[in-house]
Design a protein around this ligand. Structure first.
Ligand code: SF4
Length: 433
């Protein structure tokens, strides 16, 4: 007999995982399951093993599900030690990464949800995504085998989705009313290289950016070695958000070599210079690993110098944690207090850099997507990835405003000064498009 059944999804890790969780949620809603943020009858954990911290969080969710006596299904990246333990537990069902998309069908067969509650694709998509920015994953996998990274072992070789499928999905999301599409991938910059010749992230972008309409595209993380000429050629397109997340990982050439990264700190800085010359107020954000095996005080100081020179708008700081299968896990790990201290020092620099980036935006025009209400303020996200707060209600979902003062982690902005009525022309630079 069919019944009203609810599910809760717990997602750890990267944007690709978030995208895949949204697809699972959408499928379940279309079959008649209902979604609860917490406390559903069924718990789905879309796990991540990229850091020891993510691994710990996964274990906490598993204990919680068991304590609350929920039916638990686990998918995503699972570390080998955790996987071995889970396999012994009969109450837990593991669904391999490559079978993730079959989860809705599998759960429908197992639990027979009520078809009366089934939602249309439009309603299911809106609820599953739950906000105005939609992630679209265009590829998975990586074959770079950086010495610290477990991802290539868990996600396999790069595998791109056919462009037709990606374009149709984005068109559908725009029709449903989504205003910002965030393209993501495990190795986003390698998009298309495993398909036919001539297909690349830049060619995919060119097609999307040529469409009419009130929307914008943001790129998630792109490795510095994948930032090719063709891509640099379109960074100023007015519909492409002037925000690029480019992982630095270390500012020391010695450590970059040990990490298996194929660029030097100097090359990284040159790349940023090229982009910044075209878009002076571009927001470049990054990831840095601190306390990598063999990282001396001098290496760490080089990282600080490169971060300062790169003027990052945000730095995600990861104290090194050895991951199974990886080369770096075999090397001597630095004492935890050194990693903690270096993370603290970098964190103070990060705060300083983020503050001075936002300060530069005071008096400039910002193109903002309204996100909703927070306390007595309206909150939105600017094209260059800064949280924007206004006291007055913005006139449209997309609106223009002028940065006025530093406020919390973002900026307070004025809707009256300098703002254009609406539109898609970016005024941070002369786009030339
Ligand atoms: S490029 Fe390096 S860090 Fe990024 S997913 Fe591939 S192996 Fe991991």
């Amino acid at each position: 007999m069919s019944k009203n059944l609810s599910f809760s999804i717990f997602t750890l890790g990267c944007k690709v995982n978030q995208y895949e969780s949204q697809l699972i949620a959408k499928g379940l809603l279309e079959f008649g399951f209902t979604m609860k943020e917490r406390g559903g009858d069924i718990y789905i954990l879309n796990s991540c093993a990229v850091t020891a911290r993510a691994d710990r969080k996964a274990r906490q969710i598993i204990y919680r599900a068991k304590r609350e006596r929920r039916k638990l299904f686990i998918t995503g990246c699972i570390s080998p030690t955790l996987l071995a333990k889970l396999k012994e537990d009969e109450e837990i069902t593991i669904i391999p990464q490559e079978q993730k998309e079959q989860i809705p069908g599998f759960l429908r067969e197992k639990f027979s949800p009520s078809p009366r509650l089934a939602l249309s694709p439009r309603e299911a998509t809106k609820i599953a995504i739950g906000r105005k920015r939609a992630f679209v994953s265009v590829q998975t996998g990586c074959d770079n085998f950086c010495s610290y990274c477990i991802v290539p072992f868990l996600r396999g070789k790069p595998k791109s989705r056919p462009p037709k499928e990606v374009l149709e999905e984005i068109q559908q999301l725009l029709q449903y009313g989504f205003k910002e599409i965030v393209l993501c991938g495990i190795r986003l910059g390698k998009y298309g290289r495993d398909l036919e010749e001539g297909i690349s992230l830049a060619s995919l972008l060119k097609e999307i950016l040529s469409w009419e309409g009130d929307f914008r595209i943001r790129l998630s993380s792109i490795e510095p070695m994948d930032f090719e000429e063709e891509l640099i050629g379109i960074v100023t397109h007015p519909k492409l958000c002037p925000h690029f997340h480019i992982p630095l990982q270390s500012g020391s050439d010695k450590i970059l070599r040990a990490m298996g990264r194929s660029y030097s700190a100097g090359e990284f800085l040159s790349l940023i210079e090229v982009i910044r010359k075209r878009i002076p107020l571009v927001n470049i954000t990054t990831d840095v690993i601190v306390g990598f095996p063999g990282e001396s005080e001098e290496d760490f100081n080089q990282t600080l110098n490169v971060c300062e020179e790169a003027e990052f708008g945000k730095i995600h700081i990861f104290p090194f944690s050895p991951r199974p299968y990886t080369e770096a896990a075999k090397w001597d790990d630095l004492p935890p207090q050194i990693k903690r201290e270096r993370a603290k020092v970098l964190h103070s620099l990060e705060e300083k850099l983020s503050f001075s980036f936002r300060k530069k935006l005071i008096g400039t025009e910002l193109w903002v997507l309204l996100q909703g209400r927070r306390g007595n303020m309206w909150e939105g996200l600017s094209h260059n990835y800064v949280k924007i707060y206004t006291e007055e209600k913005p006139p449209n979902e997309f609106f223009w405003c002028c940065g006025e003062e530093i406020y919390e982690g973002g900026l307070k902005a004025n809707l009256r000064k300098g703002g254009q009525d609406n539109g898609t022309l970016c005024v941070l630079y002369d786009s030339g498009w």
